[in-house]
Design a protein around this ligand. Structure first.
Ligand SMILES: Nc1ncnc2c1ncn2[C@@H]1O[C@H](COP(=O)(O)OP(=O)(O)O)[C@@H](O)[C@H]1O
Ligand SMILES: [Mg+2]
Length: 191
C-alpha cells in the first residue's frame, strides 16, 4: 500500500443538494472505464450521489433508481461514453451477477456506478473508487471515499482539491477536509 496508490477522503454533507454537488464534481473527474462502488443503507444517498455523477458527466436525463431492471444506461449529451447505473439491492444469488453480465459493464468503456456494491464485493475490480455513505440525521450524511489504484487516488486528490480549494497534501489536507465536513457545508466549498 504505497501512499500514492491509496487515498481517502471523508466529509459530511448537510443536504441532498450538497451530496448531489459532490457527485457532480466527481462525475467531471471520472474517466471512461471507471468503476464507482457505493455502499450504504437505504436512504443513505447513493442514488442522490449517482444523480450528481451523471450531471457531472453531462447526462441530461433524470436518473432514477434502477430498482426493477438492475442496470440503467445513460448517454451524456455533451461528450461520448456511457453511464451504467447498477443497483444490486435485489440480487439474491451470485448467479444473478453472471446473468446480469456485471463484469461486461465493469470492464467495459463506460463509467459504472454500483449501488449496494458490498453485495458483490468479490466481483468488484481491485482498483476502484469505493464510497461508503452513512446516515447521520435526516439531512446529514457522511461520505467516505476510498481509492485503490493510482488512477482513483488521483481522482480523490482532485476531488479533495476541488472541494477544499487547497492542493492536496497528505494528512493535512485530509484533516482540512474532515474539519470542513464536520463544521458545515460552506467550508467544503460548495457553490
Ligand atoms: N445530506 C444528504 N445527502 C443525500 N441525501 C439526503 C441528504 N439529506 C437528506 N437526503 C435525502 O435522503 C434520501 C436519499 O435517498 P437515495 O439517494 O435514494 O438513497 P439510497 O439510494 O442510498 O437508498 C433522499 O430523499 C434525499 O433527499
Ligand atoms: Mg438507491
Amino acid at each position: 500500500m504505497t501512499r500514492n496508490h491509496v487515498e481517502s477522503l471523508e466529509l459530511v454533507t448537510h443536504s441532498a443538494r450538497e451530496t448531489f454537488d459532490i457527485g457532480t464534481r466527481l462525475g467531471a473527474l471520472l474517466a471512461p472505464g471507471d468503476t464507482v462502488c457505493l455502499e450504504g443503507d437505504l436512504g443513505s444517498g447513493k442514488t442522490c450521489l449517482t444523480q450528481g455523477i451523471g450531471h457531472g458527466m453531462g447526462v441530461d436525463d433524470v436518473i432514477t433508481s434502477p430498482t426493477f431492471v438492475l442496470i440503467n444506461e445513460y448517454i451524456p449529451s455533451q461528450r461520448g461514453g456511457r453511464l451504467y447505473h447498477v443497483d444490486l439491492y435485489r440480487i439474491e444469488r451470485e448467479d444473478d451477477l453472471v446473468t446480469l453480465g456485471l463484469e461486461d459493464y465493469i470492464y467495459g468503456n463506460g463509467i459504472t456506478v454500483i449501488e449496494w456494491a458490498e453485495r458483490a464485493r468479490d466481483y468488484m475490480p481491485r482498483e476502484r473508487l469505493w464510497v461508503t455513505l452513512t446516515y447521520l440525521d435526516p439531512s446529514s450524511r457522511r461520505l467516505r471515499f476510498e481509492a485503490v489504484g493510482a488512477h482513483y487516488a488521483e481522482v480523490v486528490r482532485a476531488l479533495r482539491e476541488a472541494l477544499t480549494g487547497h492542493a492536496a497534501d497528505d494528512a493535512a489536507a485530509n484533516t482540512a477536509a474532515n474539519a470542513a465536513g464536520n463544521t458545515g457545508g460552506n467550508a467544503i466549498g460548495m457553490e
